[in-house]
Ligand binder design. Structure first.
Ligand SMILES: [Zn+2]
Length: 315
């Protein structure tokens, strides 16, 4: 009760102007299908999200209100009919100007430590931050990233891309990782998205934000494994059967080189399959329904929304 009152108070006190909302909604075509009621609900969730989450820009990137809104709106689309509580187990979003190369030591099953440095566009850590590369976020929203971002130490280059600032793509080092406790299997505690994996999705732009936040939902019941906590009326056995079947079929297709709207990256492991089909569910729902109708159906039950047939609450 108190929580609801407190949330309403935060929403009421929001300083974000109606023009700003209009602007950011217009920049995200995937929100067009939302009813007026769902748009209002999404606005409220996003205000709470921005209030609760801590955005940190790296490499002098200033995370502006508009950038926060573009990230927050997409993140909250996933929880539109779940509730802000689904993101209550973590608090930080780190935004890199571009792709980044965390340097890590990973121990393999034989106890041998390997240096790992793969260029990434995003990453979701269990109980810890979500990391996004801003130009991939903007790319997915069909925006010119350079017009929205500000590099604080370079005010004169505000409208020029940071591509001019040499070396971002190769020198970004994820400092926060070094402060995390050592783990024997660091790689398992996070799900990383390789750079440019999200450049296209069968010709469609696709969503880094939706992808990483789908991992966060999946991680609410332990390490990401492709099964988020299911609602009471849902059956784990059915989820496992439907997703395993679709995943096996998709792996087969990926091996044979068949291209579909689902990015081949989904064949990496069940957690990636869930994150990638979540992207497709929100962005090209008709294609997912055609390819894997039972997966589509289960996602409508989990997300409590049906992007293909209107946005009525399925609570
Ligand atoms: Zn992923």
């Amino acid at each position: 009760m108190f929580k609801r009152w407190w949330h309403k108070r935060i929403v009421r006190r929001s300083q974000i102007s109606p023009q700003r909302w209009q602007e950011v909604f217009a920049q995200l075509p995937l929100l067009r299908r939302l009813s007026t009621a769902d748009q209002a609900r999404l606005r409220e969730l996003t205000i709470l999200f921005l209030y609760q989450k801590n955005f940190i820009g790296t490499h002098q990137l200033q995370v502006t209100e508009q950038m926060k809104l573009l990230i927050g709106l997409q993140a909250c689309l996933l929880i539109l009919h779940l509730g802000i509580e689904w993101y209550d187990d973590w608090s930080t979003i780190i935004v890199y100007p571009q792709g980044f190369v965390p340097r890590r030591e990973v121990m393999d099953e034989h106890g041998i430590v390997h240096q790992q440095s793969v260029a990434l566009s995003g990453e979701a850590w269990q109980d810890e931050p979500v990391i996004l590369s801003w130009d991939e976020v903007a790319d997915a929203a069909a925006l010119d990233a350079s017009n929205l971002a500000r590099i604080s130490h370079h005010p004169s280059t505000a409208t020029a891309p940071w591509r001019a600032l040499a070396g971002f793509r190769s020198v970004g080092v994820l400092d926060i990782v070094s402060t995390m406790p050592a783990r024997s299997s660091v790689a398992k505690a996070s799900h990383a998205t390789p750079l440019h994996r999200l450049a296209t999705n069968g010709g469609e732009k696709c969503g880094l934000v939706i992808h990483e936040f789908a991992h966060k939902l999946d991680m609410r019941n332990g390490a990401a494994n492709g099964m988020p906590p299911l609602h009471a009326a849902m059956q784990r056995r059915q989820w496992t059967e439907v997703f395993s079947q679709a995943y096996a079929d998709f792996q087969q297709q990926a091996r044979s080189g068949t291209e579909t709207v689902i990015d081949a990256y989904a064949a990496s492991d069940p957690a990636e399959f869930f994150a990638v089909v979540s992207e497709v569910f929100f962005e090209c729902p008709d294609a997912l329904q055609q390819l894997y109708p039972r997966v589509y159906r289960l996602l409508t039950e989990f997300y409590r929304q049906d992007p293909l047939h209107g946005q009525q609450s399925m609570n």
